[in-house]
Design a protein around this ligand. Structure first.
Ligand code: GTP
Ligand code: MG
Length: 136
């Protein structure tokens, strides 16, 4: 089995979509092994998004991620890293495929940040690193 770190980002929590998003994860057959609602600190986010340090969207992204609570989850299942990213859809919600979380529930809001509802780890190494950051 495999684990991934999923975040319902502040836009998802604020819009009241946490339940729908978690329901899609469970309906797919994955297990919610850990779950918590938390307002992230800059320190946590700078670690979480270390790979994006220096990019033009880094600071707006960190500010957005601190703007309200997120729901963090450890999700388990065979090939869940790939499976959740497929469920989430492409990064840009405007063009993410219908049927995906971002495609069905997201759109552009005319801002610098891609408010795209969810985060999912992109590799086993990222997953273990990110689970350590959010769940210790
Ligand atoms: P995550 O699951 O959130 O990691 O999505 P991802 O892997 O599809 O995106 P990536 O790791 O490349 O970027 C992390 C986050 O930064 C994205 O989810 C967006 O919110 C934001 N982001 C990424 N690329 C851009 C960009 O080119 N412009 C802007 N404004 N935001 C971006
Ligand atoms: Mg990513």
């Amino acid at each position: 089995t495999q684990r991934t770190l999923v975040l319902v980002k502040p836009d998802g929590v604020q819009r009241g979509l946490t339940g729908q998003i978690l329901a899609r994860i469970e309906a797919k057959g994955y297990t919610l092994a850990e779950l918590k609602r938390v307002t992230a600190t800059r320190e946590v986010l700078e670690q979480h998004y270390a790979e994006h340090q220096g990019k033009p969207f880094f600071e707006p992204l960190v500010e957005f991620m601190m703007s309200g609570p997120v729901v963090a989850a450890v999700v388990e299942g065979d090939r869940v890293i790939e499976g959740f990213r497929s469920l989430a859809g492409a990064t840009e919600p405007t063009t993410a495929a219908p049927g995906t979380i971002r495609g069905d529930l997201g759109r552009d809001w005319g801002e610098k940040v891609q408010k795209n509802l969810v985060h999912g780890s992109d590799s086993p190494e990222s997953a273990e690193r990110e689970i350590g950051i959010w769940f210790g």
